[in-house]
Ligand binder design. Structure first.
Ligand SMILES: C[S@@+](CC[C@H](N)C(=O)[O-])C[C@H]1O[C@@H](n2cnc3c(N)ncnc32)[C@H](O)[C@@H]1O
Length: 231
């Protein structure tokens, strides 16, 4: 488990939701696109949210699939406490699992596995391994949707994306200490380029994979073509 990342999110949990929209310049498009990629006739699909935090992405999906069965996994118990409060009284079918998704069992098979702004904390080999694990826990016809950060194809683009982000948060109304804490958290990021992430999704056994949305270093990936969990 990455103890530093866990501690940072434990500490940020209380203020997390109120800051999110101001920290992510493309907030509505980013989460909205990820949620729109859940496409099924099934009214109550099983959906696993990895690094679910306070349940932001699940909340976007829940608006479209109020009867789905949601499993939220995160190694920060404080973040999941916020998720518990978010869904209290909404009637949402939510199961919370405090665990490291890189090492712990996913607790079943799913129709969709989703994640937002979490997997970039893993090393490159850790991401490759996780993509394989995800595919093996998806039911036939299932899909993996990952809204995450992505590295630019060179330092030139990384610098441009950083400049865009810093300009945006400087004008966001966040307090200097909130901006400083966010910059501190971003020091732990291990971003991967879009082509590498797509190659690793295909290597993991997904027949189809694409980056369906991108704004600067915020990217939404979709991968499917799951014919059987262990084929
Ligand atoms: C930036 S937050 C994103 C939370 C939420 N998905 C969202 O979009 O607002 C990253 C979350 O991933 C969790 N996380 C990072 N690595 C993890 C791991 N290996 N296992 C479980 N949770 C992890 C952190 O605790 C944190 O809650």
């Amino acid at each position: 488990m990455n103890e530093i990342v866990k501690n940072q999110f434990d500490a940020a949990a209380g203020q997390y939701d109120s800051q999110r929209r101001r920290l992510i310049p493309c907030f509505d498009d980013f989460y909205g696109m990820a949620a729109s990629l859940i496409r099924t006739e099934e009214k109550s699909p099983d959906i696993l949210d990895l690094g679910a935090g306070t349940g932001l992405l699940t909340a976007f999906i829940h608006r479209r699939y109020p009867e789905a069965r949601y499993t939220l996994m995160d190694f920060s118990g404080s973040m999941l406490e916020q998720a518990k409060e978010r869904f209290a009284g909404t009637g949402a079918n939510v199961r919370l699992i405090v665990a490291d998704y890189a090492t712990e069992d996913f607790g079943g098979e799913y129709d969709f596995i989703v994640s937002s702004l979490s997997i970039h904390h893993l090393t490159h080999p850790g991401k490759r391994e996780l993509f394989r694990k995800i595919r093996s826990h998806l039911r036939p016809g299932g899909a993996f949707i990952n809204a995450d950060q992505a590295a630019g194809s060179s330092g030139l683009y990384d610098a441009y994306y950083r400049e865009l982000w810093e300009t945006s948060i400087a004008a966001s109304g966040l307090k200097p200490e909130e901006i400083a804490a966010s910059k501190e958290r971003r020091k732990m990021d291990i971003n991967t380029t879009v082509p590498d992430q797509l190659a690793w999704l295909r290597e993991a056994g997904f027949a189809e994979a694409d980056c369906v949305y991108k704004y600067a270093d915020f990217a939404v990936f979709h991968a499917t073509g799951v014919s059987g969990p262990n084929d």
